[in-house]
Write a protein that binds this ligand. Structure first.
Ligand SMILES: *Cc1c(COP(=O)(O)O)cnc(C)c1O
Length: 423
């Protein structure tokens, strides 16, 4: 039996209707931006394998560091023990993170990083005897992960439909526009004294369809949030590590968060790791004689040494001048390509921030279930490019190692697909 057939006997895939599922594509190797399939086909990975890969697949520098670490210390309980990669990574992250972050709390994925942030924020108030402050403020159309707390603060959508009764209550506002901002500010002022925290994806709502919003209005909104003492949580799980053209999307803003969530690109996309960074305001509320005020949270693989080592290696590569130049170059190419795209009739809302580029296909209903996604993926793969539209939202998020030839190919494949849709 071939791999796809064996898979069909034993595997249940994420975000995938198993009934009549097309055969999954067996990938046997990755190098740079390219994924190599068992049948000899290859694909430029134009979405960084679900937004994680920064420097390319199977990067030899990161691989070597993981290998050496695996021969030295692969895992150790992180309560009562510590190790060099965890401490070193925290030492390197704190000075480059926006805001004035003072502590790093480790977990192992993006959803846990937001769960940790929400629990920190709620317990911050509880530790100070302010139990009435436990509501969470979030954006409509948000995505913060798939566990229950993360689902609660995410959009009530097709992803969460079966669980709506079980999700905790959240005050939702829209991402700011000149028309709606004063209404949102009114809501914040009215409920401010009951709101523990505001969680947001800075400037780009990823899974919600790569929706972008304006930094100046967000600054204004954040100022109102801060006036009510509300804790600000920036979920940079997708936007972190250069995707938006800056190292972190918060750096496009003047108002900084109290807590930052990281994962995905943190290890260059090689290992599972989550980080929840907080400033001293948050941290000090937990440093108390009273044992009940401890933060009782942790995961078996908290601060896994291999994952921390991968993150350190990824930072080495990210901090190279050549990588920054690549990020700038991708951003500029995308900007120019956006102009070309705007002349194509079957699309709307072409938008771009740094290495992220997105637009909507005008066909069928807007949204994740629009079946044009599968059609476009198929057409692109036939031409050697892998993209996975979110419904009718087509986007690219290439790894920074992408070459000029490869990026040109991604653009030309997109244009040829669009030409097919009009014609
Ligand atoms: C992907 C994502 C998450 C969830 O991360 P996982 O590692 O998939 O659990 C949370 N927040 C944002 C903004 C994301 O894009």
């Amino acid at each position: 039996m071939n791999l796809a057939a064996r898979d069909q006997q034993v595997i249940w895939h994420p975000f995938t209707q198993q009934k009549n599922m097309p055969n999954p594509v067996p990938i046997i190797k990755g190098a740079g931006t390219v994924l190599y399939a068992e049948n000899g086909s290859s694909y430029i990975d134009a979405i960084s394998s679900w937004w994680v890969t920064l420097h390319g697949h199977a990067h030899p520098y990161i691989a070597e560091k993981i290998y050496q670490q695996a021969l030295t210390l692969e895992q150790v309980i992180f309560a009562g023990f510590t190790h060099e990669p965890a401490v070193r990574l925290a030492e390197r992250l704190l000075p480059i993170l926006p805001g004035n972050m003072s502590r790093i709390f480790y977990s192992d994925n993006g959803s846990t990083s937001t769960e940790v942030a929400l629990k920190m924020a709620v317990q911050y108030w509880w530790n100070q005897g302010q139990q009435q402050r436990k509501k969470i403020l979030a954006f409509r159309n948000a995505y913060h992960g798939d566990t229950f707390g993360a689902m609660s603060v995410s959009d009530r959508s097709v992803f969460t439909l079966a669980f709506h009764d079980l999700l905790f209550e959240v005050i939702f506002i829209d991402t700011p526009t000149p028309e709606n901002i004063s209404n949102s500010q009114e809501i914040i002022r009215e409920y401010g004294a009951e709101i523990a925290a505001f969680i947001y994806e800075p400037l780009v709502q990823g899974a919600g369809g790569m929706k972008m919003y304006a930094p100046n209005l967000m600054n204004e909104l954040l100022r109102t949030v801060k006036q009510s003492g509300i804790i600000c949580i920036a979920d940079e799980v997708m936007t972190g590590f250069g995707r938006t053209g800056r190292l972190f999307a918060c750096q496009h803003l003047t108002e900084q968060p109290d807590i930052i969530c990281l994962s995905k690109g943190l290890t260059g996309g090689t290992m599972a790791l989550g980080v929840t960074a907080c400033n001293s305001r948050i941290y000090e509320a937990f440093v108390q004689d009273d044992k009940y005020k401890t933060f009782f949270h942790g995961h078996s693989f908290t601060a896994n040494p291999l994952a921390c080592t991968a993150a350190l290696a990824s930072l080495d590569l990210l901090e190279k001048e050549s990588c920054r130049e690549k990020i700038n170059w991708i951003s500029h190419s995308n900007e120019e390509f956006a102009v070309t795209l705007n002349t194509y009739p079957p699309i709307k809302d072409v938008r771009q921030l740094g290495t992220l580029l997105a637009f909507e296909i005008v066909q069928g209903k807007d949204g994740y279930l629009n079946s044009i996604s599968a059609v476009i993926t198929q057409k692109a793969m036939e031409q050697g490019v892998y993209i996975r539209p979110l419904g009718n939202t087509v986007y690219i998020m290439p790894p920074y190692c992408i070459t000029e030839t490869e990026l040109e190919k991604v653009y030309s494949v997109l244009l040829s697909i669009l030409a097919g849709i009009t014609g």
